[in-house]
Design a binder for this molecule. Structure first.
Ligand SMILES: [Zn+2]
Length: 275
């Protein structure tokens, strides 16, 4: 019953009326019954579940959370949820299926891709703002801007969005175990500051999605910046100039945190960062 806000009972003689008010959907603003949904689309959890050998798949959420089934909230009405799921299907069929099957191809995308990406960023910042009501005002501007874009109120986006294949390795097999776990088997999101950049990051298997907040662009990542339409080369080597902002170092930093917070592989743990 998590979606119901207020229920009033009116009694008048034998008459009995119960009024149920639903909270507003975070996207369309209408007072409707909300559905419980994942902040990050469930298809990513599904893929991890499908490819995990253990009977009890566990997912790594932001910082300290491990959940069985991903982080869920009552956020959207079923119409808005359906609206978002169309973009999800588009991303899955055009990009994600080829990515997980390691098929080398060049795809031509349209603005459904950016709608999908922005829908993830918007959900993440919405949840962040709910949990941090004292967050700086400029974050509210992003939430509003993305919502207006998603509902079709505005056609132009002033923000930038990067879909970055995050498969990299370093020359240390133990640390690489953690990196692989983070890159291929985690779903998470957060708001971070690193290398003098404030940004929202979303990790899904194979990709890190970065929404720079301040500054508004990330130098060196131009080839991974999404436009209204464009071309993506899937499963092909890519070089990123990380001198201004190092996503690899950011991920390493996260992996170090994961290794401290979780004894997810006690055989390995002692050996990984003890030296
Ligand atoms: Zn709605």
């Amino acid at each position: 019953m998590g979606t119901i806000k207020i229920s009033k009972i009116k009694k008048k003689g034998n008459e009995y009326t119960k009024i149920i008010e639903f909270p507003e959907c975070a996207l369309c603003g209408q007072s409707k019954e909300l559905v419980e949904s994942h902040v990050i689309s469930k298809m990513f959890y599904r893929w991890i579940k499908k490819t995990t050998k253990s009977n009890i798949p566990r997912f790594r959420g932001i910082d300290n959370e491990i959940t069985q089934d991903g982080y869920k909230v009552y956020l959207l009405c079923s119409d808005c949820e359906t609206h978002f799921s169309r973009f999800e299907t588009y991303f899955s069929s055009l990009i994600y299926q080829a990515t997980i099957k390691n098929i080398k191809k060049t795809v031509r995308y349209d603005n459904r891709l950016i709608k999908f990406i922005v829908s993830l960023g918007w959900r993440a910042i919405y949840v962040y703002l709910k949990e941090n009501p004292d967050a700086p005002a400029y974050l509210k501007w992003y939430e509003r801007t993305w919502k207006e874009f998603l509902t079709g109120k505005s056609k132009k986006l002033k923000t930038n969005h990067y879909l970055i294949p995050s498969n990299f390795q370093i020359d240390d097999e133990y640390i690489n175990d953690y990196i692989e776990l983070f890159i291929y088997r985690s779903v998470g999101f957060g708001l971070s500051n690193f290398d003098d950049h404030d940004f929202i990051w979303i990790q899904i298997p194979f990709y890190t999605i970065v929404f720079p907040l301040r500054p508004l662009i990330i130098e060196g990542y131009g080839t991974h910046k999404l436009k209204n339409q464009g071309i993506l080369k899937l499963n092909q080597p890519h070089i990123i100039d990380q001198s201004k902002f190092s996503l690899a170092l950011f991920i390493l930093e996260k992996c170090r945190k994961i290794s401290e917070n979780f004894g997810f592989d006690s055989d390995h743990k002692g050996r990984v960062f003890s030296e």
